[in-house]
Design a protein around this ligand. Structure first.
Ligand SMILES: *Cc1c(COP(=O)(O)O)cnc(C)c1O
Length: 361
């Protein structure tokens, strides 16, 4: 039996069913007499898992046929560099929305490659509110517009992203992909590290429109080139076999639990429960993000003072709650309630918070 409640921000909770399946398959996958950890990425058994995983992502997100679904290593942080390396050529500039810690890192990487314009920013509000994208002034000479759908550290999330017309919209969806339905055709490229909503660390999913692949020049290293990986269906070199296999199981779990619509419903109920507990505490708990920017994936909150926060974190740890410390850029507390976290786990947490307030409020 497990006696922990996992609210880690990433790597994060996985469905217990999936972990059990991994345990069951670990010594002998599909009766072939070998572990997933020791088969060739060129074997028929792995290819089946690889292509099925791509297809599951296509089906769950209803991805149009003119997009590629690719797997990379190096995390979302490698995508911060790959995006400008592939698309930010000298005759263009890149437009970035600066909405928090992660978009800030993406901007820093892009600035090493080419000219970057920050077209919307919430830096002067400590990223507690999302930049308004309706007033974004996109330079017509932009190679792309980069946004971060969910800022994991501050706990702010876009409910809608703008249409950027002819200029491709590129989105870091690391911490909210598959948490709700969205229209892939609005985007030129989407990337997401797996370890929040998709599976274990080690693989990053990229969904990219084929038109963008044709613009990539040949002077970048093959391993950093989206077109090279697309041509070989993400089997150009050894993919992260084990991570892809676990993502495959998580995707099947999502499909069996109502797909992205099922996830959205479940996530809404969980987020409402946690935010209501904060809002009804009469100021004992305070949400860090502005109400209209609140994330349904990462709930950030504070208490009256640091001493009380330390006391709560200590008691949470003693009672089996893991991962509630805020991101080091933000401090305070954060409950990450990704797809795999259950409503019941959120209920145990909110009951604990209410009880803590009764004792210390
Ligand atoms: C976690 C996270 C990243 C960084 O992912 P790595 O896999 O550690 O490189 C980037 N963007 C967002 C939105 C994240 O949540």
């Amino acid at each position: 039996m497990r006696y922990t409640y996992n609210f880690n921000a990433g790597p994060a909770a996985l469905p217990l069913e999936v972990i059990r399946q991994v345990q069951n398959d670990l010594i002998d996958i599909n009766g072939i007499g070998l572990s997933i950890l020791e088969i060739s990425h060129r074997s028929e058994e792995y290819e089946l898992i690889h292509y099925e995983t791509q297809q599951l992502i296509r089906d769950l997100l209803d991805i149009p046929s003119d997009y590629e679904v690719l797997f990379f290593q190096g995390g979302a942080s490698t995508q911060f560099a790959m995006v400008p390396m592939n698309f930010l050529t000298r005759e263009y500039m890149a437009s970035y929305v600066y909405s928090g810690t992660w978009s800030g890192k993406a901007i820093k990487e892009a600035e090493k490659i080419g000219e970057v314009a920050i077209v919307a920013s919430s830096e002067n509000e400590q990223f507690k509110r999302l930049p308004d994208l309706d007033e974004m002034n996109i330079h017509p000479g932009s190679a792309y517009v980069h946004v971060t759908s969910n800022e994991t550290a501050a706990g702010v999330q876009y409910q809608n992203l703008p249409n950027t017309g002819n200029i491709p919209l590129i989105c870091d969806m690391s911490s909210d992909i598959l948490s709700r339905p969205f229209d892939v055709s609005k985007f030129g490229l989407i990337y997401a590290g797996a370890q929040k909503n998709l599976g274990p660390a080690g693989v990053t999913v990229v969904i990219v429109h084929r038109v963008l692949l044709d613009r990539i020049q040949g002077n970048i290293p093959d391993m950093m080139n989206y077109r090279i990986h697309a041509k070989s269906n993400s089997l150009y070199n050894t993919p992260p076999v084990f991570s892809v296999y676990v993502v495959n199981l998580v995707l099947k779990w999502i499909a069996n639990n109502g797909g992205t619509r099922g996830m959205a419903e479940r996530n809404r109920l969980k987020a409402d429960l946690v935010y209501e507990t904060i809002d009804r505490s009469g100021g004992f708990y305070k949400g860090l993000a502005h109400r209209d920017s609140r994330s349904i994936m990462n709930v950030t909150f504070s208490l009256l003072n640091e001493e009380l926060e330390r006391c709560l974190l200590h008691e949470l740890r003693l009672n089996g709650f893991i991962g509630l410390e805020g991101h080091r850029d933000v401090g305070h507390l954060r409950a990450s309630i990704y797809n795999s976290v259950t409503y019941n786990q959120c209920k145990v947490l909110t009951d604990f918070l209410t009880e803590f307030q009764r004792r210390y409020g």
